[in-house]
Design a protein around this ligand. Structure first.
Ligand code: NAP
Length: 289
């Protein structure tokens, strides 16, 4: 990487806009062929953050010309009732993707809920089968957040083959699938977590660092190799209550080659990749041209 590339911002909002324009065109083309891509979003309970996420997802669908159904239920909804609703959506030909917003109320088992969604409609990519498809390199649905991170990395023009990537965090929804996607692109991957000794020793060797922890300042300037790509998945609040990531942005920007901001980096891409997965789910059921 050249000196001129140091600290270049990867703009998730701009990339999202670009991708959503393409999604809208593909959705319109598919609709003209009689298959309008449709997403069902289910929210159970009153979690304030979830309500915002769900609203944003439904609006993004509408803006891109996708059909969307939003179902909101009281916390009193039973697990059996929720599963029955998911099964009905599994059978509904107007619906190509189903998303159940997490977290669910305590009396509902998220694993059972996720496993009830038909694999062909699992646009969040959270089910065991979807995870297995990612692991084995079969065509399935990639979880939206790490999928969005891959697009952000690709937008730098840097090829991952032979690069060393370090993922900080090993959750089933972000860290682990992120590592698998980087591996699929022929990066050499290290996964770090809360028991990793000397995190900085690992990250200092990385050409790409993805931080997905949920803790401020996990990655600081002294832990980053000059010129590295830094992707910040974290969503935290700073002392003034403002949204911030896991990365000490001001410090790391001076060392990194490319860096995503928070907000305006990974966040918008997560919703964009949900639209991509829904569109692809619909394209798979449409008759070939
Ligand atoms: P999670 O399930 O809590 O996982 C956090 C991971 O970080 C765990 O694997 C944990 O290790 C590891 N960790 C904790 N402390 C660490 C430390 N000091 N050093 C190294 N690793 C450490 O969280 P998640 O669901 O993956 O989400 C991570 C962050 O991304 C959160 O801030 C979340 O809000 C954000 N997020 C953002 C988006 C978006 O669209 N922007 C989407 C999803 C998530 P152990 O496994 O050892 O406990």
């Amino acid at each position: 990487m050249t000196q001129a590339e140091v600290g270049r911002l990867i703009d998730g909002n701009a990339l999202s806009r670009q991708l959503r324009t393409d999604i809208a065109l593909r959705a319109a083309a598919l609709t003209r062929r009689g298959v309008r891509p449709g997403l069902a979003v289910i929210l159970v309970g009153e979690d304030a953050a979830s309500q915002v996420y769900v609203r944003n997802k439904v609006k993004a669908c509408q803006d891109a010309g996708l059909y969307s159904v939003f179902e909101k239920y009281d916390t009193t909804l039973t697990q059996a009732e929720l599963l029955s609703r998911i099964n009905a959506l599994n059978r509904d030909p107007a619906i190509h993707g189903i998303l159940v917003q997490m977290p669910l109320p305590k009396h509902i088992d998220p694993h059972t809920v996720i496993e009830t969604i038909a694999t062909a409609k699992d646009v969040d990519g959270y089910s065991t089968l979807s995870a297995g498809e990612l692991l084995t390199g079969s065509p399935g649905f990639n979880p939206c957040t790490p999928y969005g991170c891959m697009k952000l990395i690709a937008s730098t023009g840097i090829v991952l083959r032979g690069k060393h990537a370090v993922v900080i965090g090993r959750s089933n929804t972000v860290g682990k699938p992120m590592a698998l996607m980087l591996l699929q692109e022929n990066a050499t991957v290290t996964i770090c977590h809360s028991a990793t000794a000397n995190l900085g020793q690992h990250t200092l060797q990385a050409d790409v660092v993805v931080a997905a922890v949920g803790r401020r300042n996990v990655l600081t300037a002294g832990m980053v190799k000059p010129g590295a790509i830094v992707i910040d998945v974290g969503m935290n609040r700073d002392d003034e209550g403002k949204l911030c990531g896991d990365v000490d942005f001001a410090g790391v920007q001076k060392v990194a080659g490319f860096i995503t901001p928070v907000p305006g980096g990974v966040g918008p891409m997560t919703i964009t990749m949900l639209l991509v997965n829904t569109l692809e789910a619909a394209e798979r059921v449409a008759a070939p041209l």
